[in-house]
Ligand binder design. Structure first.
Ligand SMILES: NC(=O)c1ccc[n+]([C@@H]2O[C@H](COP(=O)([O-])OP(=O)(O)OC[C@H]3O[C@@H](n4cnc5c(N)ncnc54)[C@H](O)[C@@H]3O)[C@@H](O)[C@H]2O)c1
Length: 466
């Protein structure tokens, strides 16, 4: 039976958060999911071009591990004006301001209490709010900023709950402000090369994709001096694929998800937790600080989530940030004519079942099919840095789209659909891996939305300041 836009289906009575609202109350516990199945689209943000901005005036919020590097990257982009820096901890914001001394940027600092970011969002002379805070603050901050007339960039995942995903969609449609998910892996060089080859038809029809986030974070999660206020450790009280977008983003673009196809349903299974609970107990014996974590139930080491799309394709995602496994985001694409696989590095390409192409042929393919953005700014991106340059490509492309009045590559439907995998996988895991429907955040527009433009035929005019 179909529910309507405002019908909420309570699927469990777990403790923790209630409905997410625009309040910034912390919410780390298991998710009580409320599912809105249908919606009428107010306005289609896919393919929407906002009015050109010659200068993009930016306010940053969240200047911990990740935020300061984003500020630095933006300082290398023509037309990006760093107007404001916000972090609840003054020392974080002030340190970033100091680094900008001697540049053309003179940002105002917002700090000292948990709501200062609102004042920054309320300023009239800011166009874009760039959010790199803990996950539970992403959607509340983005919704508030869009309601204040700002475009937003949100670190991954863009939202924690389905309700928050819907709020992002509704607010972006209502305000006509871009809600960009900062999925930097979509700009990794191998992912861009193979996406371009897919677009040229070299892999035939894409049948299957795989992605992952396998990255040992157990020590960082338990580090008192690591993530602010232990936010990332607390997130691990949830059980599912908490961080799906690094693996999913590039696969979704290869499969034109939300733009020709959509994710239909998923099945998720989690292993037990074999390490986090043990570590919490061990630490608590030596240090009272950890007693609060000693009796918690933690996410299983490995989560495997399988998605089927409306056009009958499949995606496999994995998440393990505990086991001491070698880093991998997988990135496998399998088509009727070709396939690719990355991790281990370097990536491989094949046009048959016998073997991957050799080094020489790979180089030829790379020369012929390098994505235009890589040809244009790839070398400079490597110099500015950020995960080998992909972070810079992402920021440069974002600013270039805003300056040229172009649709953004990763819009609010991507932000919602990719982020929704986390709460939906939790729901499946909590229900013996039963299948769970994935909402259509585009309200049917996926059938006619056009694929992301990777041609750089429009725009590409923004200079890199070296
Ligand atoms: N895309 C990537 O490759 C990548 C890599 C690392 C982190 N991230 C993402 O970046 C985000 C931040 O991660 P991090 O590692 O920097 O975490 P962090 O804990 O180091 O930084 C978060 C910052 O937010 C600040 N903060 C908390 N509450 C605030 C409030 N109310 N107002 C203003 N500031 C507040 C904290 O003081 C802290 O400095 C997360 O969403 C994470 O998933 C993405």
């Amino acid at each position: 039976m179909k529910t309507t836009r405002r019908d909420f289906l309570k699927v469990s009575s777990l403790t923790g958060i209630g409905l997410a609202t625009t309040s910034v109350s912390e919410s780390y516990g298991n998710v009580v999911e409320n599912v809105r199945k249908n919606k009428a689209q107010k306005f289609n943000m896919s393919g929407y071009a906002a009015p050109k901005l010659e200068t993009v005036r930016i306010g940053f919020v969240g200047l911990g591990n990740r935020g300061p590097a984003a500020v630095n990257r933006m300082s290398h982009i023509e037309g990006a004006d760093i107007k404001a820096l916000c972090d609840i901890r003054p020392e974080q914001a002030n340190a970033v301001k100091k680094k900008l001394e001697g540049t053309s940027h003179n940002p105002q600092v917002y700090s000292g209490n948990a709501d200062e970011w609102k004042k920054m969002c309320e300023r009239k002379d800011i166009d874009l709010v760039y959010i790199a805070t803990p996950w539970h603050l992403h959607a509340p901050m983005a919704v508030y900023a869009m309601n204040q007339g700002k475009h937003v960039c949100i670190e991954v995942p863009a939202a924690k709950t389905l309700e928050e995903c819907w709020q992002l969609v509704e607010t972006s449609e209502k305000t006509k402000k871009h809600c960009i998910i900062l999925e930097n892996c979509c700009y990794d060089f191998f992912e861009l090369l193979t996406l371009n080859m897919i677009r040229q038809g070299l892999f035939g029809e894409i049948v299957h994709g795989e992605g992952a986030y396998i990255h040992t974070l157990i020590d960082s999660n338990f580090d008192k001096d690591g993530y602010h206020d232990m936010w990332r450790l607390k997130e691990n009280f949830r059980n599912g694929n908490l961080y799906p977008t690094h693996g999913l983003g590039p696969v979704a673009q290869a499969m034109d998800i939300n733009r020709g196809d959509k994710m239909d349903y998923l099945v998720a299974v989690s292993s037990n937790d074999f390490q986090m609970g043990v570590m919490a107990k061990e630490l608590a014996q030596k240090d009272d600080f950890y007693k609060a974590y000693a009796n918690k139930t933690f996410r299983g080491n490995m989560n495997t989530t399988t998605i089927r799309t409306s056009k009958g394709k499949t995606i496999m995602l994995q998440h393990d940030v505990t086991s001491p496994a070698v880093y991998s985001r997988i990135h496998k694409i399998s088509g009727t004519k070709g396939s690719c696989l990355k991790y281990p590095q370097p990536g491989k390409i094949a046009f048959g079942h016998k073997d991957w192409v050799g080094e020489e042929e790979y180089k030829q393919l790379e020369a012929k099919y390098a994505a235009p953005i890589v040809t244009r700014v790839g070398e400079m991106a490597k110099k500015v840095g950020g995960h080998g340059g992909m972070d810079f490509l992402m920021d440069w492309r974002t600013i270039d789209c805003l300056r040229n009045g172009l649709p953004v590559d990763m819009d609010v439907y991507d932000a919602a659909a990719w982020s929704a995998i986390a709460p939906l996988s939790e729901k499946s895991v909590a229900n013996r891996s039963n299948s769970v429907d994935i909402p259509d955040f585009t309200a049917g527009a996926w059938k006619t939305n056009v694929p992301v433009d990777i041609s750089l035929e429009k725009g590409g005019t923004t200079k890199v300041i070296m």
